[in-house]
Design a protein. Structure first.
Ligand SMILES: [Zn+2]
Ligand SMILES: [Zn+2]
Length: 421
């Protein structure tokens, strides 16, 4: 029969790679919960209008990258390309906006974007993100940034730096936009075709175009931080004082603008600096207008997203080893049918007592069982035969040290828990 391959830009994740995934998932959940964020799970697909309004009609995400389909009743849906719009919809729909503020949610979800697959970028990807609503002050910006920072620290990513910027608010942005557009018009010959379009619809996006010539234009472009209104300026200064006081290093980077329309004031990225390359492991910012845009009350919001595959790449760059997962504490090598049954009984009891244990279920020879015990990296091995069953005692051997201890067959759990210290 002809084989069927997975869709382009998707992944099968299994051992040993899955251990890194599991590890990162544990780290991000732990960090989010310590900051008081609770998990939110929303549908994998939503009405397309949610993303058009929540992400922005003029963005590449909405214009080019969404996976959409028409349901049998004619409704057009999209597989979620990001997490924020759904969280906002869920808050509004479930009446959570009336809860005690701030609202703090995190998610660990798969998202979908039709993009050219490359290292660290796939069409189905997993994103860790957090959202805080109802806290307009810079303390909220700091809290969200510090959550990303603690994940990055805990994962041992030493080459990652925080870049921050402020892109102003609806009050100060129009003036800045004017200055930017007139600058871009003067440099129109140096811009790529995409940017010539963007220049009129979403000029800020020209500043994060990856085209070399556009990058040069962006270098000399007017900076948002030079056009902030007094309120935006104060907010940015306050954020910096929080970061300084709490020991989180940062660089002010006027080129961080984020591609999505709804951002206001603070925008930030954590960027991994590899040899000759940079990659964003986390991007986020404030979006005080989003809740209202999606039909909810006026409510400040801030959050970030972090791609898990980018984190894995960054861990590799940093030579970070994933801490070993639970390996079997005991493997019982059984000789003969009777021993196999007794061994299985002991293993069942150990598992019920919360101990990771295993025994042969393949009818292998003793030599092959020992080889298997080695492969699964069992910490202890016990050989069980007729004489051990008769005497009720067996020798347990620590594989790393070859140290042998005689134990009662009824006392194995005690022995192993005693060794745990
Ligand atoms: Zn402003
Ligand atoms: Zn461009």
């Amino acid at each position: 029969m002809e084989k069927i391959a997975k869709p382009r830009g998707t992944m099968d994740v299994m051992a040993p790679e899955i251990f890194a995934w599991n590890y990162i998932e544990r780290v991000v959940r732990g960090a989010a919960e310590r900051c008081g964020f609770t998990e939110i799970r929303t549908p994998t697909f939503e009405e397309i209008g949610l993303f058009k309004r929540g992400v922005g009609e003029t963005t590449d995400v909405v214009q080019k990258e969404m996976y959409t389909f028409t349901d049998k009743d004619g409704t057009v849906y999209a597989l979620r390309p990001e997490g924020t719009a759904s969280v906002v919809r869920a808050i509004i729909e479930n009446g959570k906006a009336a809860d005690t503020l701030p609202l703090k949610y995190f998610y660990l979800i798969n998202c979908f974007r039709y993009e050219k697959p490359e290292a660290g970028r796939s069409r189905e990807f997993v994103q860790f993100g957090c959202e805080m609503f109802g806290a307009p002050g810079a303390g909220a910006d700091y809290t969200v940034i510090s959550l990303a920072d603690s994940v990055i620290r805990e994962l041992g990513l030493k080459n990652v730096r925080l870049h921050i910027n402020s892109i102003g608010c609806p009050k100060c942005r129009p003036k800045y936009r004017e200055a930017l557009v007139s600058y871009l018009r003067a440099h129109r010959d140096e811009l790529c075709d995409t940017c010539l379009d963007r220049m009129e619809t979403n000029p800020l996006r020209v500043l994060d175009c990856k085209n070399d010539s556009c990058k040069k234009v962006a270098q000399g472009a007017p900076r948002t931080i030079d056009h902030l209104c007094p309120e935006c300026e104060e907010h940015f200064a306050e954020l910096k004082s929080y970061l300084d006081a709490c020991g989180i290093e940062y660089v002010i980077d006027p080129h961080i603008v984020r591609g999505l329309d709804y951002y206001t004031r603070t925008v930030f990225e954590f960027i991994a600096e590899g040899i000759g390359s940079q990659s964003t492991v986390c991007g986020g910012g404030r979006y005080d207008g989003l809740m209202e845009e999606l039909g909810g009350p006026k409510m400040a919001g801030i959050g970030f997203g972090m791609g898990i595959t980018r984190l894995i790449l960054a861990m590799k760059q940093n030579g970070v080893e994933v801490p070993a997962l639970a390996v079997p504490e005991l493997y019982i090598a059984a000789m003969g049918k009777e021993a196999a049954v007794r061994g299985t009984k002991i293993v069942s009891e150990l598992r019920r007592a919360g101990i990771n244990a295993d025994c042969d279920i393949m009818g292998r020879s003793l030599k092959a069982q020992m080889k298997y015990a080695d492969k699964i990296a069992a910490r202890y091995v016990l050989i069980l035969g007729d004489s051990e069953i008769e005497s009720g005692r067996a020798v347990i051997k620590e594989m790393a040290t070859s140290e042998q201890t005689e134990v009662s067959l009824d006392g194995i759990a005690d022995f192993l828990t005693g060794k745990r210290g």
